[in-house]
Write a protein that binds this ligand. Structure first.
Ligand SMILES: O=P(O)(O)OC[C@H]1O[C@H](O)[C@H](O)[C@@H](O)[C@@H]1O
Length: 301
């Protein structure tokens, strides 16, 4: 059976390769696991809450309609909690849409969001439909469509908060971010990245902005490409590792040494808000792939 559904989860198995599968928690439509030819590609905390009491620490949580906390008091998103409500609402499983490649969909509308939370976004005046499509091929593609089905335009941000699994963070490099503008959230400073490859030795939290979509990022471990992150209509990418102190402060981050085995590369539209006019739609996607040759894309600005 390519699709297995329980009350809380859906697992889609590759139709011609039983060792490849993706498992999604209905709460938050959070991808918890992607097994590629038997090997787990995502990191999930041992203490992640899977009962809906907290967003999942690990996998691919979905960030909408804000990223982080909105600091501007006059913004309709000011009262929303960190990263918005998509990751903490129960999505509906809509079923399979194509067989080859295998695609399943999940949907979220205002009626599924906790009414107390929904009221905090523009006093509950926005109507929206989110459709998440998950396609399992040799790659894993997540496509999001946001529709403004209401009577008012609204502003939003979107991000796939992907926790990639790595053998040891101190050995990995990420390429193709050189010459991109970035905002360092720890230093609260904006500058142009000058490192040809990024390495990790301490807490890391940067928003790379307006990156040509032709550029893909590769996570390289001792000369070997582990992960490739491709983007469609997602100009920004957050790179995050909490390191020692921040991990200690997160109750749902276990084991505490887990920061060694994860790296978040988060494709999104977060540097600026997108305005979605009433009646219109916006679509974007992230594709994760495994292995391949090292590709340096330093000449595309
Ligand atoms: O703890 P969370 O709300 O899941 O956020 C986890 C992280 O998300 C993003 O990567 C942000 O850039 C970080 O600043 C934040 O700490």
């Amino acid at each position: 059976m390519p699709i297995e559904e329980t009350d809380t989860k859906v697992t889609l198995t590759h139709p011609s390769d039983p060792s490849s599968s993706v498992t999604i928690l209905k709460h938050g439509a959070t991808i918890l696991s992607w097994l590629h030819k038997g090997k787990e590609q995502l990191w999930l905390s041992d203490a992640a809450k899977l009962d809906g009491s907290k967003p999942v620490r690990g996998g691919i949580p979905l960030v909408f309609p804000i990223f982080g906390k909105e600091k501007n008091e006059s913004s309709p998103a000011f009262q929303l909690s960190q990263h918005g409500f998509a990751r903490s609402s129960p999505w509906e499983f809509l079923g399979q849409t194509t067989e080859s490649p295998a695609t399943i969909q999940f949907g979220l509308g205002p009626e599924q969001v906790d009414p107390e939370v929904y009221k905090l976004w523009g006093e509950g005046k926005y109507d929206f439909t989110l459709i998440l499509s998950i396609t399992l091929d040799d790659d894993l593609t997540t496509t999001i469509e946001v529709e403004n089905s209401g009577k008012e335009d609204f502003d939003f941000k979107w991000l796939f908060h992907t926790y990639l699994r790595v053998p040891d963070i101190t050995d990995v490099l990420v390429n193709n971010l050189i010459d991109q503008r970035c905002y360092d959230q720890l230093l609260a400073t904006e500058y142009v990245e000058k490192a040809p490859v990024i390495s990790f030795h301490e807490e890391f939290d940067r928003i790379y902005k307006n990156i040509p979509v032709e550029k893909s990022f590769q996570v390289i471990d001792k000369g070997q490409v582990l992960h490739n992150v491709h983007r469609d209509n997602l100009p920004d990418t957050v790179v995050w590792n909490p390191w020692i102190e921040k991990s200690k402060g997160m109750a749902d981050f276990e084991p505490k040494s887990g920061y060694h085995h994860m790296l978040c590369i988060e494709a999104g539209h977060v540097a600026e808000y997108l305005t979605l006019a009433k009646g219109s739609k916006w679509k974007a996607a992230q594709t994760l792939s495994v292995g391949g040759e090292i590709r340096l894309q330093t000449n595309i600005f």
